[in-house]
Design a protein. Structure first.
Lengths: 888, 177
């Protein structure tokens, strides 16, 4: 075992209680193991010694190679004994030592003898041990016996053989696959667990043969499956088959759904849960399909078993993310779980309620949570904070009570991660809900008055510097900031100085007072603080009430032109070989080393499945903007209007994975092709995308940026830019192919060959659509906003959407078509409703605010009709929205 | 894709979080120190809960842990976050009850350590390399017990010296108490 040797410090635990292993020591036990060699074996004593050895291993002690070999050889002697108990311990010991291949031979014959023994217990265990330590060559010798064992009439023997088969399939699949006849026979076994093991093995043998799996599932779902475990397994296989076969589009029936639904009435709770969960996880599950599953889960919520309550609430929590309306029926049961003894259950219940709650229940819910927050651990609190943030973004009108809640918990005790989660949430709310800005900033100000975390203080000060000056009364923040200069450590003082300077630069009336404050900072005892104060005093001018020059603002607020990591490496290099020349920032490479992508692609292991916070949109736009402005060719395109979500241009699991992000500028469009090379033996160079824009007449290619090299498994972008008429939402279809030079890579050395071959790879087409020109921007009070825009450029029309699967599906389709932000939670359609109103808001290219009111109705034949009312400042834009819908 | 329910580890800790017997099946914790850290976190996280009448459940690092306590012994079974909680629970219940049978209802740390061989065999009979072998407590116990009855062979069959050794053992044990 390749474990680091851990010294067990026995002297530390001065146990008072008696333990049979008191004062046990490896050396002494190894000495004791000599009894294994006695001609007159004392089975009892040998058992005890083995137990001691196992105890040592169990406590984390490790044996050296020599020790392990010695013990192993000694243990093999014990096969002479006929004692049952000792034999079992010997088996256990051999498995723990896991002897090397050349040692295995010594026990093979003994184990093979046991495999054919008349004692069932010997047969079962010998098979398990032998299969654990054996390799391919040996396996062919014993294969015959294992096949026999699989169909043995003793279930323990059969299970042992099957379980061993499951393990061996990983290492020697070609041999195990030859056993499928026997395994198939075992599936029919009347012993519950044999069936379970046989089913597992059979499925694993056939898993790559879809047809075979489908047949297996079809026959078994009709037959009898005995053990609950096997039934669970079958449910999992069934869902896999469902996933791979399409829904019957005519009748809307899902194959095997009836089977899953039938399992909801099984007598074992394990099976009911598995089936309910399987149903909730079906793709595009309909409300009708969901209802029976939700009903059984609701029953589980009031179970006396915590495990069952947990399982149910966890499943419902997941459902609430996609189908909040379906879960609302359980709200009453869920509310009683808030006081559950088990905090995991309570937290899941709360976050579920936060997801399903409607606007009116927010206040009541917050009251309940406040009492709950004080007695749970930080990790649960973070989950709740995340859920509250999402809730607040969903119901912007309720920001007041939610913001108050956040500020209250911010004042209470808590660790760094928890506080950070709260601060982050407040920052996001301030960004997304304009009305919440002033109160949010004040809460943050109060927090830094008494904040023990330097990191958070500096973050907040930085944020305050950017947002504070834009508020109605910037003056009131100055006190909080200057207090930091007086009271805090050097790091916080320095960032407070920067924040003061930002206020000075942005708010001309405050400038003289800021000047006085900054001058005081010149006497600070920290270099950095003094330096910053000096720097800002000289950049801000003479302290009179004049407007700050543009370049000064740029200096204070603009982001650094070069990526920080690049600057860091350049500076390190500069320090390493000292020269007389001053450091030149122009020498720093501006190319971003594909970090933003790597960050985004990071496998989304969501924290415990409890409402992972949505990535903030603005931050990704920031990242893209930085990335694009770092490329000289694209810098003069102006401000980035919108970046689309990535569109996949390749199937999953192809040689090269490519997706495209569409960046829209006023007069340009830049396509960012994110490429990933999935072949370890290849290095791609000079990667470009050849775009055929013949079906996009208004676009003309103006430039591209090839990717110099694309090693294995490191995603990197290549860009192509197009020019288009200004302000016009030009649409079109683009076909693409990836062009590159491919070089072989020697996997052993990791070096690529010098010569490469030019190659091309066809990608799928994509389109620039009207929705790409609309930004999702929410409004906090739709009614007010609607009235402010006025009816001058209102355009109303009615559309027939034809037969649809459901109202919700139709609503979603229109939202996606328009690419606008649904407001006030109107995107969720209550189940079974015949009509629905949906409010959307967005910003059209050219910074025109657009509001949309949609009224949907559905009739018995599932025909959907829609009334669309658009208001904006510009009639052309209002018409354009209608055009999108009319042509969509 | 492996759809078979799998167990990541089975832990039996004492009332201070120290190991009585543990068995890991998944490679999530490659070294002993990582294993010990995991046990410690699990223990501190669950310590304050009362899992004595009904088994309790919690999540930790994308794992689901079901657990039950009795006297000074803490039983844990860990599975992946997508695992069916009730399957894990059935393993825990099988383990818990089987130990109860094997220790003749006297489920406490001292008794468990004295019969550590039975506990280890018991774990061995419940799960094999992460695959559930058996969850029925009486079947598990009977598989383990078949030989322990033999090993506690009638005194008549023991040689004199063996009998003496046994007697001496009992004596030291009672003195140490």
């Amino acid at each position: 075992m390749a474990q680091p040797i851990v010294k067990k410090d026995d002297d530390r635990d001065d146990e008072v209680e008696y333990s049979p292993f008191l004062g046990i020591e490896k050396g002494a036990v190894l000495q004791e193991a000599r009894v294994f060699n006695d001609p007159q074996l004392d089975a009892r004593r040998c058992s005890q010694v083995i137990t001691k050895l196992l105890y040592l291993l169990n406590q984390g002690e490790t044996f050296t190679k020599v020790e392990a070999t010695e013990v192993f050889f000694a243990v093999t002697k014990l096969f002479q004994s006929k004692d049952n108990g000792l034999r079992r311990m010997v088996y256990l010991m051999i498995k723990e030592i896991s002897p090397s291949a050349d040692e295995v031979i010594i026990v093979t014959s003994s184990l093979m003898k046991d495999m054919n023994s008349r004692t069932d217990m010997y047969r079962a265990n010998a098979i398990r041990v032998l299969c654990r330590i054996t390799d391919g060559t040996l396996l062919t010798q014993i294969e015959r016996y294992i096949k026999q064992a699989i169909v043995d009439k003793n279930p323990v023997v059969a299970s042992a053989a099957l379980a061993s088969g499951i393990h061996l399939l990983q290492t020697t699949p070609e041999i195990v696959k030859r056993w499928s006849n026997e395994v198939q026979e075992a599936v029919q076994s009347r012993a519950a667990l044999v069936q379970f093991h046989a089913l597992t093995l059979l499925h694993q043998i056939r898993q790559n043969d879809r047809l075979a799996v489908s047949k297996l599932v079809t026959s078994l779902t009709k037959g009898t499956v005995r053990s609950p475990l096997a039934q669970c397994l079958l449910i999992r296989y069934t869902t896999q088959v469902i996933r791979e076969t399409a829904v019957n589009t005519q009748t809307g029936d899902r194959p095997f759904y009836d089977y899953l639904e039938g399992c909801l009435r099984h007598k074992a709770e394990m099976v009911i849960l598995e089936a309910a969960r399987a149903i909730t996880e079906l793709s595009n599950v309909t409300t009708r399909e969901l209802t029976p599953a939700i009903t059984v889960l609701q029953l589980f919520l009031s179970s006396s078993k915590p495990v069952l309550r947990f399982a149910a609430v966890r499943t419902l929590n997941k459902v609430a993310m996609t189908h909040p309306m379906a879960v609302t029926n359980c709200n009453i049961d869920m509310e009683s779980l808030i006081s559950d003894q088990n905090r995991s259950i309570a937290t899941l219940a709360i976050t579920t309620l936060l997801k399903t709650g409607n606007e009116s229940s927010v206040e009541r819910l917050m009251k309940q949570i406040t009492t709950f927050m004080s007695d749970i651990a930080d990790e649960f609190k973070i989950v709740v904070v995340d859920a509250i943030r999402s809730l607040c973004l969903k119901f912007p009108l309720k920001y007041r009570s939610l913001m108050n809640f956040l500020s209250n918990i911010l004042r209470e005790e808590g660790g760094f991660e928890y506080k950070k989660a709260i601060v982050d949430s407040i920052v996001i709310l301030i960004r997304d809900i304009p009305d919440a800005k002033e109160s949010g900033l004040l809460h943050l100000c109060e927090f830094i008055e008494d904040c023990e975390f330097t990191y958070l203080s500096t973050q907040i000060l930085h944020f305050l510097g950017n947002e504070g000056p834009k508020t109605s009364d910037p003056g009131k923040y100055i006190r909080y900031i200057y207090n930091r200069v007086i009271l805090e450590n050097a790091t916080v003082r320095a960032s407070a100085v920067s924040t003061l300077a930002k206020f000075g630069a942005m708010v001309d009336s405050l400038k003289p007072r800021i000047f006085v404050l900054l001058k005081r900072c010149l006497f600070d005892n920290d270099d950095e603080v003094r330096d910053r104060a000096t720097l800002y005093l000289s950049t801000l001018g003479d302290g009179s009430v004049t407007e700050t020059a543009k370049d000064v603002k740029e200096f204070l607020f603009g982001s650094l032109e070069v990526p920080l990591t690049n600057l860091e490496t350049s500076l390190k290099n500069y320090i390493q070989d000292p020269t007389e020349e001053p450091f030149d920032i122009q020498s720093v490479p501006k190319e971003v080393k594909s970090q933003p992508l790597a960050e985004k692609k990071a496998p989304g292991k969501k924290p415990a499945g409890l409402g992972a916070p949505p990535a903030t949109l603005s931050s990704t736009v920031d990242a893209f903007e930085k990335l694009l402005s770092s490329i000289p060719e694209f810098r003069n395109f102006g401000n980035l209007f919108k970046s689309s979500a990535p569109v996949e241009l390749t199937e999953a699991e192809t040689e090269y994975a490519v997706n495209v992000v569409k960046h829209i500028f006023d007069r340009h469009v830049v396509f960012q092709y994110n490429c990933t090379n999935t072949i370890p033996e290849q290095l791609l160079e000079n990667v470009t995308v050849l775009v055929d824009a013949s079906e996009a007449e208004e676009f003309s290619e103006v430039g591209s940026k090839p990717l110099r090299s694309l090693p294995y498994d490191t995603p990197a972008p290549t860009f192509v830019a197009f020019e288009k008429p200004e302000g016009v939402p030009a649409v079109g279809k683009f076909s693409n192919s990836l062009r590159f030079i491919v070089k072989e890579v020697d996997l052993a050395t990791g070096e690529a060959e010098d010569d490469g071959v030019e190659d091309e790879y066809q990608l799928e087409d994509f389109e620039v659509v009207a929705a790409d020109y609309i930004l999702k921007v929410g409004v906090s009070n739709f009614k007010n906003a609607w009235e402010t825009l006025g009816p001058d450029f209102e355009r109303v029309d009615e559309y027939g959407l034809g037969p649809r699967e459901s109202l919700a599906e139709a609503v979603n389709a229109v939202i996606n078509l328009l690419g606008m932000q649904p407001c006030e939670g109107t995107e969720t359609v209550p189940s079974n409703s015949r009509s629905h109103a949906c409010l959307l808001s967005g910003v059209y290219i050219g910074n025109v605010k657009v509001l949309v009111r949609l009224s949907f109705g559905i009739d018995g034949a599932k025909e959907v009709a829609m009334k669309l009312a658009v208001r904006s400042d510009n009639e052309i834009v209002s018409d354009a929205i209608h055009e999108i819908v009319a042509s969509g | 894709m492996d759809l078979c329910p799998s167990i990541k580890n089975i832990l039996l800790l004492d009332s201070e979080g120290k190991r009585v017997a543990v068995k890991y099946y998944a490679d999530d914790w490659p070294s002993n120190s990582l294993k010990e850290t995991f046990e410690k976190t699990v223990f501190t996280k669950t310590q304050k809960t009362s899992a004595r009448t009904e088994a309790e459940i919690t999540m930790l690092e994308n794992n689901i842990i079901v657990y039950k306590f009795v006297q000074d012994l803490h039983f844990y079974v860990t599975g992946g976050e997508d695992e069916n909680e009730l399957i894990l629970f059935s393993v825990l219940q099988g383990f818990f009850d089987a130990v109860g049978i094997l220790l003749r209802g006297n489920v406490e740390k001292k008794e468990a350590l004295e019969n550590l061989d039975l506990i280890l065999l018991c774990i061995d009979e419940i799960v094999d390399g992460g695959i559930i072998l058996e969850t029925d407590a009486s079947s598990i116990a009977s598989k383990v017990a078949t030989h322990s009855i033999d090993s506690g062979a009638p005194l008549a069959e023991q040689t004199i010296s063996q009998a003496l050794a046994t007697a001496r053992e009992h004596l030291t044990r009672s003195l140490l108490k």
